[in-house]
Design a protein around this ligand. Sequence first.
Ligand code: NAD
Length: 332
Amino acid sequence: MPFPTTRRPIGRMVPWIITLPNDLYPFGRVVAFRNHGGSAEQWIKEGKNVSEWPRLSRREFHSTLDNEQRRSYPVMTNSTKRIGLVGCGVIGGRIAERAIERGFAKIDFVCDMDLEKAREAAPGAEVFPNLSDVAARQVDLVVEAANADVMREIAIDVLGERDFMPFTMTALADDDFREAVRVQCRKAGTRLFIPHGGVLGLDGIYDGRTVIEELTIKTTKHPRNLGLDESTSGVIYDGPTRGACARFPRNVNIHAAYALMGLGFDRTHSTVISDPETKQMRHDIVVKGPGLEWNFMISSTPVGEVTGNYTPESAASTVGRVIGADYDIVMA
Ligand SMILES: NC(=O)c1ccc[n+]([C@@H]2O[C@H](COP(=O)([O-])OP(=O)(O)OC[C@H]3O[C@@H](n4cnc5c(N)ncnc54)[C@H](O)[C@@H]3O)[C@@H](O)[C@H]2O)c1
């Protein structure tokens, strides 16, 4: 009897993903199981515990199993997905909290310079400070919530083995780096997920990118949330998003997300305004194309140096959606 391939919606940007291999059984057993004509249900009922089976990276999954074995795999696994967190501050900390609370994933590891904070965020997870130890960890998804240097340092190695979701997308304004990321994904059969983070409407922009002609983003923040002197006031950047990402790698991830999913870093226009009077982080977005015009404003209270209070919650839900293991009504 053929075993159905399980497909999962994974979020706004990419409509479907084939369920990732998680705990995979030894190939000898798979072959034996197939040769003896058993069903997955029967195999599980007979006490073959999936949690004892070795885990495979996505690359191993594709290179070692034949098509029939790959099709069988998702039916036979029901183990909890595992994520690794790199950076465990405002965003990473909330992802850990919600993953534990809602049970959508086990936190396998937390990589952060602040080991005490990491231990507190995810009790029971392995905690370490070295970025070089990240790529070897056997997880379903690595999440970066640290900074642009960290994102740049780990992306290629992680994507050589498994899927990756960075929250610092400004690093991708570098064309050579972005191309290296693409090449690595294709080679290894892995995906880089772009979360919407603090952005709204990213799904509509991505799906309509062939008809959109203009996209502008104006961000207004207190100078302290831009890493500037407290008295700095007025327009401090006005030009292509590429330049804003280079100048404010920690502060314009929203701009980078729109550029990545829409018109690119040169055709997306960014304005950054420093306002010592504001208590909010505000983004005014205008999108235009033939027969369409969208205007939206996003405003939130800062909960960290660079993050507004919506982003950590959205980040946690996005991670849960991407690796979600339940059949349900889900956002595409
Ligand atoms: N995509 C979005 O919409 C969006 C929105 C807000 C912030 N961000 C970005 O997400 C990232 C995280 O934001 P946050 O508010 O959680 O930041 P945060 O400062 O609260 O947390 C960052 C964590 O990373 C750790 N870290 C930094 N360098 C490290 C290194 N070399 N090795 C290990 N750990 C390291 C820090 O110790 C800290 O715990 C930032 O780059 C920020 O710009 C993205």
